[in-house]
Write a protein that binds this ligand. Structure first.
Ligand SMILES: [Zn+2]
Length: 72
């Protein structure tokens, strides 16, 4: 599984990945989480597609927010 999100960490959440995160992968499991209980994984550019696919396959609402996109 994936390492837990740590506040202040900017490392990709993918197990064994040491890259810096460029994206917040914001997701929720509708079966166990209410609308206010969003979870955040951090992702490097290479793993953004992996996380979106992993969560999307399960039917979880997921969106990616760029960490560096201050004006976006
Ligand atoms: Zn990664």
């Amino acid at each position: 599984m994936f390492s837990e999100f740590l506040a202040g960490s900017t490392r990709c959440s993918r197990t064994s990945c040491q890259e810096s995160a460029a994206w917040e992968i914001v997701w929720r499991n509708p079966k166990i989480h209410g609308p206010e209980r969003e979870k955040i994984w951090l992702s490097c550019p290479d793993h953004k597609v992996f996380f979106e696919g992993y969560l999307g396959q399960r039917g979880f609402p997921v969106r990616a927010v760029a960490l560096s996109g201050e004006g976006a």
